[in-house]
Design a protein around this ligand. Structure first.
Ligand SMILES: NC(=O)c1ccc[n+]([C@@H]2O[C@H](COP(=O)([O-])OP(=O)(O)OC[C@H]3O[C@@H](n4cnc5c(N)ncnc54)[C@H](O)[C@@H]3O)[C@@H](O)[C@H]2O)c1
Length: 253
């Protein structure tokens, strides 16, 4: 699929990796429908994309709410007249240990709310957006591409019962959807980033960043546009489906 003149919905498109993908697609002439909770940041990114000469629109939507997602995708179809790609990128982290015990006493446990809030955005939100996007693409009859953003944490990570489970789940949905949707010409793939430099990492202590770099064979954090480049590769390579790109500088063991 070529990016130029195609329409891409990007969840979490207001900032971070979602913004980086929107900007890269816009630089190649792709139109972008940006979905996020944050209206101010959405507008700023929409303006940056429009300045590159493409169509860009903001959709304020909580991706874990079914009715909002259905309404948003219907609006995208009506605004752009077509949808060719979806990047399931919006996600959040609420880390914590399953239980905390000291001297034989239970001090704390991960709450039901802490677990389900992450599952509801990262997994349920990806399911809802994937379903709506697939329904549009399959019925417009021109195929399409869906990319789920997973994580190196999908293999299991200390303090991330909720996040790791959600990221493993979106990775398995890549394989399931690739098999189900191939008959409609829709490819589905994933990207599992390691640690990418973002506003969040910029606020970390230099010592913590240094420790992180030492664990990464590439010797540095990933760049946001390198992640966006992987998304571009998936979109443009018509034989790539049902698989995950590990964009982690060799971090995964
Ligand atoms: N940055 C990294 O190093 C890294 C590593 C591995 C995986 N990831 C994954 O990449 C994705 C993007 O990460 P990022 O670093 O850009 O994160 P970020 O926090 O900078 O951006 C996430 C965006 O998602 C939006 N969002 C959150 N909940 C939402 C909801 N319910 N509905 C709509 N939008 C919502 C936020 O408003 C925000 O704009 C996430 O799925 C994250 O888990 C990031």
């Amino acid at each position: 699929m070529q990016i130029k003149d195609s329409v891409f919905a990007i969840t979490g498109g207001a900032q971070g990796l979602g913004r980086a993908m929107a900007m890269r697609f816009a630089r190649q002439g792709g139109h972008v429908a940006l979905i996020d909770l944050n209206p101010e940041r959405l507008q700023a990114t929409v303006a940056e994309c429009e300045a590159l000469g493409v169509q860009a629109r903001a959709y304020v939507c909580n991706i874990s709410e079914e009715a909002q997602v259905e309404q948003t995708f219907a609006q995208i179809k009506s605004d752009f007249g077509q949808l060719n790609g979806l990047i399931n990128n919006a996600g959040l982290m609420r880390d914590g240990m399953l239980i905390k015990v000291k001297d034989g006493q239970l001090l704390d446990k991960m709450s039901y709310e802490q677990f389900t809030s992450v599952i509801n955005v990262n997994l349920v939100g990806s399911f809802l957006c994937g379903r709506e996007a697939a329904a549009i693409m399959a019925t417009q009859g021109k195929g399409g591409v869906i990319i789920n953003i997973s994580s190196v944490s999908r293999a299991g990570n200390m303090g991330q019962s909720n996040y790791s489970a959600s990221k493993a789940a979106v990775a398995t949905m890549v394989v399931t959807w690739a098999r189900e949707l191939a008959r409609h010409g829709i490819r589905v793939a994933g990207i599992a980033p390691g640690v990418i430099a973002t506003d969040m990492t910029a606020q970390m202590k230099p010592e913590a960043i240094e420790r992180m770099k030492q664990a990464i064979p590439a010797g540095r954090l990933g760049d946001q546009d390198e992640l966006a480049h992987s998304a571009q590769y998936i979109i443009e390579n018509d034989y790539f489906t049902g698989r995950i790109i590990e964009m982690d500088g060799g971090l995964r063991v």
